[in-house]
Design a binder for this molecule. Structure first.
Ligand code: ATP
Length: 303
């Protein structure tokens, strides 16, 4: 029998959206406490880890995905994940990582974090480390605030910087249009503008709306539409006023809800079923790249 160690291990991890992003008051160290509800959606990155003489990372993009912005050096999150795991668990076996990305790069969909989560799981299996899920989550949190959710998937709450992840009960399937643009936005610039907008205002501690938790539990897309939200959206719209147009166009095309994803510029449109999503996507295509997908989907999974 061929062992995993010869053929390599392939793991697939999903993109994430923020159904709600609650942002708290900035602290002296510049940190904003978050209370967010994540959902994993059906855009995926796959990572294949194969034993090699030296550490290496290569990358391809699935149809329509431009991978020019993906670093192929030590800053690549998948490579950082593999090296962190090796260092922490005394492994002396370099791997070649191949990423096949179906998640738009720098679109606020945590594509790099998905690669990091997939690489952690792939390498832990390749090296037979038999780690408990809690240990992988701990390492994921060291890599970045969205990496733990890449492991957990589904629908989940995120606190702290977003790295303290707890699954949320979800009995629904939600059809989404994800509208991406060629030009990204700087996440630090959006947070800085959030601070400007809230100067002299007491910002409450962030919380996930109870109505959103109830909507997921009931699997009710209409109720979810009333509960989604993003505290960063006013800042994103100030920095990129043109986003107002596709948000309006999506609602005019009968999307249940339209919101900016995370710090933007990617926009999200909640729909009632796949046909509805296809018609909303057609209406949005003049503004950017409209991808039809659904959630929730599982976190990092071995293929
Ligand atoms: P952020 O988490 O910063 O909001 P994002 O979700 O908008 O990121 P990503 O696709 O994760 O978008 O890419 C953000 C940046 O992370 C890229 O511009 C790139 O420089 C860096 N990066 C590091 N590793 C990866 C990777 N494996 N894939 C994509 N980008 C990566």
């Amino acid at each position: 029998m061929t062992s995993l160690h010869e053929t390599g291990v392939t793991v697939r991890a999903p993109a994430k959206i923020n159904l709600h992003l609650g942002v708290g008051p900035v602290r002296p160290d510049g940190f904003h406490p978050l209370a967010t509800a994540y959902q994993a959606i059906s855009l995926f990155s796959t990572v294949t880890a194969t034993p090699a003489d030296d550490w290496a990372v290569t990358c391809t993009g699935q149809v329509g995905i431009d991978t020019a912005g993906v670093p192929l050096d030590d800053t690549n999150l998948a490579l950082r994940a593999a090296k962190l795991l090796a260092r922490e668990h005394g492994v002396d076996q370099p791997v070649a990582l191949h990423l096949d990305k179906g998640i738009p790069v720098a679109g606020g969909l945590a594509g790099g974090s998905a690669d990091g989560a997939a690489a952690l799981l792939a390498c832990s299996l390749l090296w037979d480390l038999s780690l408990p899920p809690a240990r992988l989550l701990e390492l994921a949190g060291e890599l970045g605030s969205d990496v733990p959710f890449g492991l957990v998937g589904g629908s989940a709450s995120g606190h702290g910087r977003g790295e303290l992840v707890e699954p949320l009960e979800d009995h629904g399937r939600y059809d989404w249009v994800v509208l991406t643009f060629d030009t990204g936005m700087s996440t630090p610039a959006v947070y800085a503008d959030f601070d400007v907008l809230h100067e002299g205002v007491e910002v409450p501690d962030p919380e996930i709306p109870p109505a959103l938790v109830a909507a997921l539990r009931a699997g009710d897309a209409r109720a979810l539409a009333d509960a989604v939200g993003n505290d960063l959206q006013p800042a994103s719209l100030r920095l990129r006023p043109q986003l107002a147009e596709p948000l309006r166009a999506g609602l005019d095309a009968s999307a249940y809800a339209a919101l900016v994803s995370g710090s933007g510029p990617t926009c999200l449109f909640l729909c009632g079923d796949p046909d509805h999503a296809a018609s909303v996507a057609a209406a949005l295509s003049p503004y950017g790249r409209a991808l039809v997908c659904h959630g929730p989907v599982p976190g990092a999974t071995v293929l």
